[in-house]
Design a protein. Structure first.
Length: 216
């Protein structure tokens, strides 16, 4: 049985919280480090919670050590306040965390991006996610996994009216998303979390590192 340590950023989010629960239940992992602005509300003997200022990576960079790094960070324009602030939160900070992790000897990384991510996109959100992917892909981990989920399904701590409407529409029209459109179906957060763990634990030298929503 493996005895690995996982490091998670974004464990209070929809995917990150499911990821934390899956890693706690997985016997291959004997240690889990969680970094965030607030406690994820889960207690376990495997778990070490660190309440930090996520934007100030340098002040706690030496603690990013382990076998696998999971980054599930993301914000909204409403929370960020501007596109520039969103670039920092969704691109610069994840990339900096990834670089520090690699420098500290972490061998594998899995990152949540978004369906449609493209550094050349006109949409600022998809552009930022695409730029984040490009930066992390170039860092040089032994194993890199970037997942691009479609609309996330699951219960958040906070209520987002637009998102809830979108979820309802997605569920109602699910049957229409077939063939090449299948990747646009809504996906449960727990399935994204399970996919990230599975992909980091199979095929150590993949031909590709980006996985679309329907592959999770």
């Amino acid at each position: 049985m493996e005895q690995k340590t996982a490091v998670i950023f974004g464990a209070t989010g929809l995917v990150g919280n499911e990821l934390l629960r899956q890693l706690i239940a997985d016997k291959r992992y004997t240690g889990i480090k969680v970094f965030g602005r607030r406690d994820p509300g889960i207690n376990d003997k495997k778990l070490v919670n660190r309440i930090v200022d996520i934007a100030d990576v340098k002040s706690w960079s030496s603690e990013i050590t382990g076998d696998e790094l999971y980054i599930c960070l993301g914000t909204t324009i409403k929370k960020a306040g501007s596109i520039a602030a969103m670039e920092v939160a969704d691109r610069d900070v994840p990339a900096e965390i990834a670089r520090v992790g690699r420098d500290n000897g972490v061998k594998a990384i899995a990152v949540v991006s978004s369906i449609g991510a493209d550094p050349g996109a006109r949409n600022y959100y998809l552009r930022i996610k695409g730029e984040m992917e490009t930066e992390i892909a170039g860092i040089g981990y032994d194993r890199t996994v970037i997942v691009r989920p479609s609309m996330l399904l699951g219960k958040r701590d906070e209520y987002r009216f637009g998102e809830e409407v979108g979820k309802a529409v997605m569920k109602a029209l699910r049957i229409l998303f077939i063939g090449k459109m299948r990747k646009y179906r809504g996906i449960e957060a727990i399935d994204v979390a399970k996919g990230m763990i599975r992909l980091l634990n199979t095929n150590p030298k993949p031909e590709r590192i980006v996985f679309e929503s329907d592959e999770l």
